[in-house]
Design a binder for this molecule. Structure first.
Ligand code: NAG
Ligand code: NAG
Length: 413
């Protein structure tokens, strides 16, 4: 019994050892193969170092996700798979590494570092991160004919200067600019791949924005250190209006409408009308400061400033109107002969009183109360009418601009 167990245990041990040895053999096989391949390889030389041509690096990006644009910081974040490929003649191999295998995926970081790679960087990057879970998200693959594919997953926070004149009815153009940091365009030349340079997932969601279009182009940047080849992709984005209409426009319309209630109150209802005016004015101020917090302190007037400004004027106007009406209501009439005649439609129930006033025999009213009432009646039409007119100009003006073709703004290079 014990003998059998010992033999079984020994057998198991042998099997495990054999498995490990086999693994080692395979691991060593790639290392061995690669060290043979890289024997005369100089990582500092570009693949075309011995010729007068630049190394062509083909770039393709897959956009994993597109974060929302942050107006306060003027940036946005994206998560991309950056795929670069180039031809390195020195890495050509014939069979020798496993039968019928025409490509090798190099996982070992120490071998990866021995292979020449372009020193790509992003001009407009603020912050970037290569994902490291569960391992470095880097793929380096060689194929037998000497083509190298170098792919990595990066999250980028890129700067984008937003034009906010039409906020929140704005369109924005944001870009990604990449180039070589140290190698001038006679060493590295970037190209977009011919087939889908930018690959987007079917349902790309961008908070608050619609992606209208994107354009790719190739560029050369001229610096004092030389001319550098680079690539640009430019996204045309349009802001969705729903959020701001619900959060800003409808509440402010309601506040302005509430301030009009004042015109239906008695000219002498001082506590009611003053508190109505002051409350609406303060609420509007609070709302406006809330809007300001999510925006950078730019010096030009934005569409939302025009709106909030107009609402302030309406509410403040209602408060001023009350002051005047209350003053009128309490002002004693000195000379009734010079009194202004009120048109019949605004005179209302005061019409009879007015008729009496015109009667020289009747006792003249003590104050300008009926003028005050008439002014209130006039304002019941004037204020909503004025606000409606403003709306009829404001909405078409900004919406037409937002939905017209984007101006050919280009990303700053
Ligand atoms: C390699 O491929 C050839 C034909 O394509 C095939 O005949 C041969 O069996 C393959 N060898 C191995 C080890 O798979
Ligand atoms: C290596 O990759 C390149 C580019 O993808 C391709 O054109 C070529 O045919 C591949 N070679 C082999 C041997 O698979």
């Amino acid at each position: 019994m014990t003998k059998a167990l010992v033999i079984f245990g020994l057998g198991l041990l042998l099997l495990v050892n054999y498995g490990q040895a086999e693994k080692e053999k395979h691991k060593n096989k790639q290392q061995q193969f690669m060290s043979n391949l890289l024997e005369d390889y100089d990582v500092n030389d570009s693949p075309t170092a011995n010729t007068s041509d630049a190394t062509k690096v083909y770039v393709q990006m897959f956009l994993n996700s597109f974060g929302s644009l942050n107006a306060a910081n003027m940036d946005y974040s994206i998560d991309v798979f950056l795929r670069q490929s180039w031809y390195d003649e020195r890495l050509k191999f014939s069979s020798g590494y496993r039968a019928n295998k025409t490509r090798i995926t190099v996982n070992d970081p120490s071998i990866q570092s021995k292979i020449w790679k372009p020193d790509t960087f992003f001009n407009n990057v603020k912050d970037a991160e290569i994902h490291r879970v569960t391992m470095n998200n880097i793929l380096l693959r060689l194929n037998a004919s000497g083509h190298v594919l170098y792919s990595m997953r990066i999250t980028l926070k890129l700067s984008c200067s937003l034009k906010l004149e039409h906020f929140p009815f704005d369109q924005q153009v944001c870009g990604i600019i990449l180039a070589s940091y140290a190698n001038t365009d006679d060493v590295i030349k970037y190209h977009w791949v011919d087939d889908t340079p930018i690959d987007l997932p079917d349902e790309l969601e961008i908070a608050q924005f619609d992606l209208l279009n994107f354009e790719t182009s190739e560029t050369t940047q001229h610096f004092v250190t030389g001319d550098f080849s680079g690539l640009v992709v430019q996204f045309d984005l349009r802001r969705q209006n729903g959020y701001h209409v619900l959060q800003t426009y409808i509440p402010t319309i309601l506040i302005v409408a509430i301030s009009w209630v004042s015109f239906w109150l008695d000219p002498n209802a001082v506590p009611g009308r003053v508190s109505l005016g002051v409350t609406t004015l303060l609420t509007l101020t609070t709302l406006a400061s809330g809007i300001r917090q999510s925006l950078p302190p730019v010096s030009y007037v934005k569409a939302i400033d025009v709106w909030v400004g107009m609402c302030m004027i309406m509410v403040f106007g209602a408060l001023l109107e009350f002051t005047f009406v209350n003053w009128l209501a309490n002002k004693k009439i000195v000379d009734s002969g010079r009194a202004f005649r009120i048109p019949k439609i605004f005179a209302g129930s005061d019409a009879e009183q007015l008729a009496c006033a015109e009667d020289p025999a009747a006792k003249p009213p003590a104050t300008y109360m009926m003028y005050a009432r008439a002014l209130d009646r006039l304002c019941r039409l004037l204020f909503p009418g004025g606000f409606l007119l403003f709306n009829l100009i404001y909405w078409p003006y900004y919406l037409i601009q937002q939905y017209s073709d984007p101006e050919p703004i280009t990303v700053e290079r």
